[in-house]
Design a protein around this ligand. Structure first.
Ligand code: MRU
Length: 358
């Protein structure tokens, strides 16, 4: 995808400097800053501080974090310790554990002098696979948008929550990939972008990337989706997911569940787009999904540009007030119209998932 007309990916390895390069997403949309990750600790911090975020990109960063660990010290005990630290850096997105486990499996038994090459090749393979998967999610989801467009013969209004765009993956995005494909095919689309408090990933990232690709979009407060659905101004919802469990229940950014309820009440199709790396086959009860609780400062403070174009962070709550910041919620499968994956679209249920993947 593009920024200022230039093609970008969200993460890559710089062979010359032996560093991992990322777009520091905490600086967007006001500044495009490429950051170097030099050590495994840098990768852990980047995930934890949300310089990189979004389930697939978190997984890819962890994979490269393992390679950075090998550059520091190619002793397997050290690599194993780092893999544990990486997994703990954010709890909800399953791609993190998935990527670290895949790397460990690949590295086990490899000669010390081969470890770095094998790790870099595998991290790259994870990224390339994600690009292909996200592209296929787009082609599969495109069929749904095409059908709505054929019936409606007018612009298709799509609501999305958080950022499940290319910035959350390596390229294309999950929820946005069908939108990008529809736009490329000449289908008129317009996106309602949930602002997504507290960190505003919708406003800061989704709207930013859609603007860069020329896709009409409007930012709305998180609570606006319901009335828009009642007014018939939403044709479908597409969201991403940080972890979809074996039963088809979907963990995603806080607020997703309420959008799904509103969609059900208004007969608006509610789709979840995901690569298979986001499926947690081992969890069968939504209550067992770990829900990340983040610093309440993300709620009580807000960042933006001041009148001199300097980024400023300000307190918006009474100094004495307490705040609680759960980062994710779970949408039960019964509210999900379908899961859009790289292999096709399936019912959000264990049968639906098994039919596609097993
Ligand atoms: O806290 P974040 O910004 O990492 O949360 C991201 C989301 O909830 C995305 O919707 C999800 O990871 C899907 S990304 C393709």
């Amino acid at each position: 995808m593009h920024i200022n007309g230039k093609e970008f990916r969200t993460i890559w390895f710089d062979k010359k400097d032996q560093v991992v390069k990322i777009i520091d997403q905490t600086k967007l949309p006001h500044k495009l800053e490429i950051k170097n990750l030099k050590t495994a600790k840098d990768a852990i911090n980047a995930i934890n501080a949300m310089e990189v975020r979004g389930a697939p990109l978190i997984g890819a960063t962890a994979a490269y974090g393992m390679a950075l660990a090998i550059i520091e010290n190619n002793d397997f005990a050290f690599i194993k310790k780092i893999s544990g630290d990486l997994i703990k850096s954010r709890p909800t997105a399953i791609n993190l554990k998935w990527a670290v486990d895949r790397m460990l499996k690949k590295l086990l038994g490899v000669n010390n002098n081969e470890l770095l090459k094998v790790a870099l090749d595998e991290a790259k393979a994870i990224c390339e696979e994600d690009v292909k998967f996200c592209e296929n999610i787009g082609l599969n989801g495109l069929k749904i948008i095409e059908e709505i467009y054929k019936k409606k013969k007018d612009k298709v209004n799509i609501l999305t929550h958080c950022n499940a765009g290319w910035l959350a993956t390596i390229d294309w995005g999950t929820a946005t990939s069908p939108i990008y494909h529809a736009h490329k095919k000449g289908i008129k689309v317009h996106v309602w972008v949930d602002e997504t408090r507290p960190r505003n990933q919708g406003a800061n990232l989704t709207s930013y990337e859609l603007n860069e690709e020329g896709i009409p979009n409007t930012i709305i407060a998180d609570n606006t989706g319901g009335i828009l659905m009642q007014r018939g101004e939403v044709d479908m919802c597409i969201v991403g997911t940080d972890r979809t469990i074996a039963t088809g229940d979907v963990a995603n950014k806080i607020g997703t569940y309420l959008k799904a309820l509103a969609a059900k009440d208004n007969n608006v199709p509610f789709y979840v787009a995901l690569p298979s790396s986001t499926i947690d086959w081992e969890t069968n009860n939504l209550k067992n999904i770990p829900i990340e609780e983040r610093n309440s400062e993300e709620l009580s403070h807000i960042k933006g540009l001041d009148e001199n174009n300097n980024v400023k962070k300000v307190l918006i709550y009474p100094k004495k007030s307490k705040a609680m910041n759960l980062a994710f919620d779970v949408t039960p499968a019964k509210y999900v119209t379908g899961l859009i994956t790289e292999k096709g679209i399936c019912e959000a249920s264990s049968e639906g998932l098994k039919k596609l993947f097993k």
